[in-house]
Design a protein around this ligand. Structure first.
Ligand code: SF4
Length: 397
């Protein structure tokens, strides 16, 4: 549980500056920190200080509980009409030979491969192409739910929704209602990048703006539905851009309460148009998780994608505000590996995930997408080794 003594030690430290003591006092009093204080944390606070504050908040909210889920991804295509500079994943339409475009039936076949597996979520996200439009996705969601009603459909980001709704000439509210009626149950957090146009116009110029991203989530929340939010950090943005990004999320969350989880995404520089930009250090990654935990007082969860930051850093992050390390994945996503992540075939069995969490003294909980407890693994003993299964996915050129 949270330990006020750890914060008291900070408050009594004669070497700690008055402004950082004020922030520690606010955390102890469960008060919100300001925009300027967020920037100050990035500019001035050391890792040990940030970890103490973030861990205090994390433990106050969740104790030692650490969440994961059993999921798989479908990435309909890696071709894209957009050309984001940081994207290692997409191939422009003119490079069609290097890509894949799944048909409806191929995507349903992927779902069917998990018929006898205890997965709870399918996460669908990929590039943007004209043939994947409103009728296509509505039919896909409907058919997945018809085939397996208990599988939670978490799909597409405002990047896709903005594109397909514009093409269909419908507004965001109408479009999100249509998607909900078709079977969509929640939205992942992607496509957020950095909201501020000063950065967004340089790295992701043509896709939906930061304001449009937020509007689509707001419409979704108004339907009583939940979603996540990400931030792509560690490239050309300044610290205040990160705080601006989180401030916009915090304000929307105050209005709707619809966000579940904030997921900082580390910029990776392999095989993209920003390969000359160095990647952030592990130290900076941990500082960033911690500041997110401190700043976003109205978000329940902070997630680290183990497949993106490595298993060891995911373990470390649990002491810097993170309480969720994502899912089993089953080697069904290429987004991280194509960007240069250490995990080239990301898949962990439930047993491996549980052990990863237990190794650092935390309490593993398998959750569903909406954070209902599926299995509490605190005292669970595994009867036999369950090895992850690898499925060969179809690739259409
Ligand atoms: S980040 Fe998404 S929208 Fe941008 S090019 Fe890559 S796949 Fe397309």
């Amino acid at each position: 549980m949270q330990n006020p003594d750890s914060l008291q030690v900070l408050l009594n430290d004669p070497n700690l500056s008055a402004d950082l003591k004020d922030i520690a006092q606010k955390v102890l009093n469960l008060q919100r920190i300001s925009f300027d204080e967020g920037v100050l944390l990035y500019e001035k606070a050391e890792l040990g200080y940030l970890g103490t504050l973030a861990n205090y908040i994390r433990n106050a909210k969740h104790g030692d509980k650490t969440y994961f889920n059993r999921n798989f991804h479908i990435e309909p295509t890696n071709l894209c009409v957009y050309d984001c500079k940081f994207c290692s994943y997409s191939r422009l339409i003119k490079q069609r030979g290097e890509g894949w475009e799944y048909t409806m039936e191929e995507m349903l076949d992927i779902v069917k491969k998990y018929d006898n597996e205890p997965v709870t979520e399918v996460h669908i996200v990929g590039g943007v192409l004209p043939q994947y439009d409103v009728p296509f996705y509505a039919e896909l969601f409907t058919r997945i739910k018809q085939h397996r009603p208990d599988l939670h459909v978490k799909a597409l980001t405002p990047v896709e929704y903005h594109y397909i709704f514009k093409k269909a000439k419908i507004d965001y509210a109408t479009g999100m209602q249509l998607m909900k009626d078709a079977g969509l149950e929640s939205m992942p957090g992607g496509g957020a990048e950095i909201f501020h146009p000063e950065v967004r116009d340089l790295i992701a110029k043509d896709k939906c703006t930061g304001d449009q991203w937020l509007q689509i989530h707001e419409e979704w929340h108004k339907l009583g539905m939940r979603s996540n939010a990400t931030m792509l950090y560690g490239h050309i943005e300044k610290y205040w851009h990160r705080v601006d990004h989180m401030e916009r999320l915090r304000q929307l969350q105050d209005r709707t309460g619809g966000f579940q989880t904030f997921i900082p995404l580390k910029f990776r520089n392999q095989d993209n148009q920003m390969s000359d930009v160095p990647e952030s250090t592990v130290l900076e990654d941990l500082r960033n998780y911690a500041i997110a935990r401190i700043y976003l007082d109205n978000f329940d969860h902070i997630k680290a994608y183990w497949a993106m930051i490595s298993r060891n850093t995911a373990q470390l992050s649990l002491n810097f505000g993170v309480d969720d390390i994502d899912g089993t994945l089953d080697d069904t996503t290429k987004i991280y590996s194509m960007a240069g992540a250490e995990e080239q075939h990301p898949a962990m069995s439930t047993k491996e995930l549980v052990e990863l969490i237990k190794q650092v003294g935390r309490h593993p909980i398998e959750r569903d997408t909406l954070y209902n407890v599926v299995t509490d693994f605190k005292d669970h003993v595994f009867a036999e080794e369950s090895k992850p299964k690898f499925y060969k996915l179809p690739v259409v050129n």
